[in-house]
Design a protein around this ligand. Structure first.
Ligand code: FMN
Length: 198
């Protein structure tokens, strides 16, 4: 498979960047080709602007969006790596999702998350988070993310199967971080192939 990793972190020495690298190393070890979209390093502009509004529903696509869509088009699997910020996506990932997965290209209806205009792609979210797993489960945050992302967003983009892996305790000890990096490698190594949804 060709595996596209989307990294959202301004610091190349961050834990998130290390997670992305481990995931790609695992994918390579499994025989996949890998490609990295480092959104901060590349200067992607996440702001939904008047230009996006003008392009929305028209036959024109903005140049930076076209570049991202071309990367997606050649991928069989997509992994998003971003830290959990206030129980959601950081602004860079949010803008990338808003601007790149456009109406008429990714989706054209609103009532069935299992339908997409895009072919099926294996999808993984690898999300460093400071919280412990019991904190996130007991307060309902994990269920909320499963609903918003797995049910409410990435199905419309054709991610099937799709998997949310929260890397709990990412601000913990170096032993804890090593464990999470080893898990990221395993997720790359054991990446599932795309499945047909219809
Ligand atoms: C602005 C901000 C908001 C955060 N919000 C959350 C949060 O809602 N839940 C959580 O578990 N951790 C939260 N964290 C912690 C980060 O998810 C955690 O530190 C993660 O490891 C950051 O990625 P990095 O280590 O690659 O910088 C937040 C951190 C920042 C800077």
């Amino acid at each position: 498979m060709h595996v596209l990793t989307i990294l959202d972190h301004p610091n190349p020495a961050s834990f998130s960047a290390a997670v992305a690298q481990q995931f790609m190393d695992g994918a390579k070890a499994a025989g996949h080709s890998v490609e990295l979209a480092d959104l901060h390093a590349e200067g992607f502009d996440p702001r939904w602007s008047m230009a996006d509004i003008a392009a929305d529903g028209s036959s024109t696509t903005l140049a930076d969006v076209t570049k991202e869509q071309a990367r997606i088009a050649r991928a069989d699997a997509i992994c998003l790596v971003f830290p959990l910020y206030w129980w959601g996506m950081p602004s860079m990932t949010k803008g990338w999702v808003d601007r790149v997965w456009t109406w008429g290209w990714a989706y054209d209806q609103l009532d069935d998350p299992e339908q997409s205009l895009q072919r099926s792609r294996s999808g993984v979210l690898l999300i460093p988070a400071g919280a412990r797993s019991d904190e996130m489960e007991n307060a309902g945050y994990l269920a909320a993310l499963e609903t918003a992302w797995i049910k409410g967003t990435f199905g419309y983009f054709g991610f099937a199967p799709r998997r949310l892996e929260v890397l709990y305790g990412s601000t913990g000890s170096s032993k804890r971080r090593q464990l999470l990096l080893a898990k990221s490698y395993q997720v790359g190594l054991t990446l599932a192939p795309p499945q047909r949804t219809e």
